[in-house]
Every structure is written in structure tokens, then in C-alpha cells.
Design a protein around this ligand. Sequence first.
Ligand SMILES: C[S@@+](CC[C@H](N)C(=O)[O-])C[C@H]1O[C@@H](n2cnc3c(N)ncnc32)[C@H](O)[C@@H]1O
Length: 264
Amino acid sequence: MPESIWFGHDVGTTREATGELATLLPQEQNFATPKPERLIQRIVHIATNPGDLVLDSFAGSGTTGAVAHKMGRRWIMVELGEHCHTHIIPRLKKVIDCEDSGGITEAAGWKGGGGFRYYRIAPSLLQKDKWGNWIINKEYNAPMLAAAVCKLEGFTYEPSDSVYWMHGKSTENDFIYVTTAHLTHEQLTLLSDEVGSKRTLLVMCTAFRSRSGGFPNLTIKKIPNTVLAKCEWGHDDYSLQIENLPIAEKPQKKQPLLFDGEAE
Ligand SMILES: C[S@@+](CC[C@H](N)C(=O)[O-])C[C@H]1O[C@@H](n2cnc3c(N)ncnc32)[C@H](O)[C@@H]1O
């Protein structure tokens, strides 16, 4: 088993890390356990190549992302606390704008550039009621629910101003309608007539009653059952397909977003 000791004069110390942060952020944004950039540089150097993705799911003051960025790696940071706003975003903006001359900037020959996207993760879509039944989280309003179900069903969330059942689309002629209503046979007949023979509609509702064998242009599914069926439980590997991340777009309308996104 190879062993090595990394001394403070090689990879820095907590005191050095505190100093690095102090030059970047206001005094009141002290962080109790920062890592020196040189330490993370050594780890990133050993473990990755330029262009690789580096993940720090306990981002804290954002040292991992700052170092990975300066070393030409891509990065993902996850943070539970308010540090995103108080530490990480201000710090990474300075790295990008080349206003951070400390840490490994000189050693890495860092000259600024790049960018990042920031997402606030939505609350869980489903929760259990006091009887143990899965229900839609009360924090979800109608647009948030529609956006979430569109994502799960592979539709682009694009609510129409004029057509109440057009919440999203998968093609020019295939749409999705998300509602917490119980739909009657009469309501479904009306919907089917409005959709017409040249378009199709996926109806996501909590319950429905249809007397006939169905409607040729409607596919009707129930939530939360369908949502639950899409959830994965108990996997060790959730295989996040990060290469398929959607391209960040400016929202066209002022809609509450599922993920409170911001592009930098
Ligand atoms: C020891 S600090 C990380 C230090 C950081 N790597 C640095 O060098 O600045 C741990 C961080 O993880 C965050 N954290 C704790 N539990 C978390 C969770 N479940 N998801 C995301 N972040 C979490 C804490 O808020 C804290 O900021």
C-alpha cells in the first residue's frame, strides 16, 4: 500500500486557506473549514485530466470548483446551506473575471474565462400524507407541477397563453396537459374535440372516468401513480446523464420556474 505525507509547506494549511478566502470575500464570510487551493490542486492533478468533471457535493466555500476551474476542469458543486450565495457564486465570479490573484492562480497560469450555471433544486415532488399515501407536495403550485411532470414525461414545458390544456409539447403536434382535477367523460370528450384529429395530447390528471373505450387522440395517465413509476428507489448508481443537460434558455414568460435557474 503506497503511503505519503503531504506537508503544509507543499500543499498549504488551513491558515493559508483562510487567508485565500479573506482576500476574496468580506470578513464576515469567514468559513470554518476551508481547504487550501494547493491541496485541492494536488488532488485534482492526481485524479483528473483537463476537461474532466470534478464533483464536490459538499461545496462549502467553493475551493474545489475554484481550483478545478483554474485547472481547466469542468465541475459540479452541491451545497445545502446559504454558502452558494455568500461564498461560492461571488468566489467563482471572481475566478472567471480574473479578479482572484491568490491561491493557485499564478501556478496554474490562470487568466480568467469560462462560466457556470446555477440551479436551486426544487422540493421533492411527492410526499407521504399521514396515512402513508403518496401525494403531490403541497409546496407545488400548478405551474411547478406542470413543469415537473413535463420533465418526467420528456416534454418541453411551454405553457400556452390562450389554450388551457397546452402545458408543453414533445413535437409540433403532440402536447401535454397536467391537472390535479378529476376529469369526467364529458370533459375528456370536449378536450378530445378541441385537440382534433391532427394533434395528440397526453393528459396527466389525478383521476378520470371514461365511458367509452378511449379517445384516439388522447393518452390519459394518472398522477402521482405515473410519477411514482418513474422514480427509482434503492439504486447505488443513479447514472446521472450530465452530457444531456438541457441548454440554459432565458424563460420567455414570467413563470415560476421549477429550478430557479441563473446562467453566469
Ligand atoms: C466541510 S464543508 C466543505 C468544505 C469545502 N470543501 C471547502 O473546502 O470549502 C461541508 C459543507 O457541506 C455542506 N453540506 C452538509 N450536508 C450537505 C448535503 N446533504 N448536501 C449538500 N451540502 C451539504 C455544509 O453546509 C458545508 O458547507
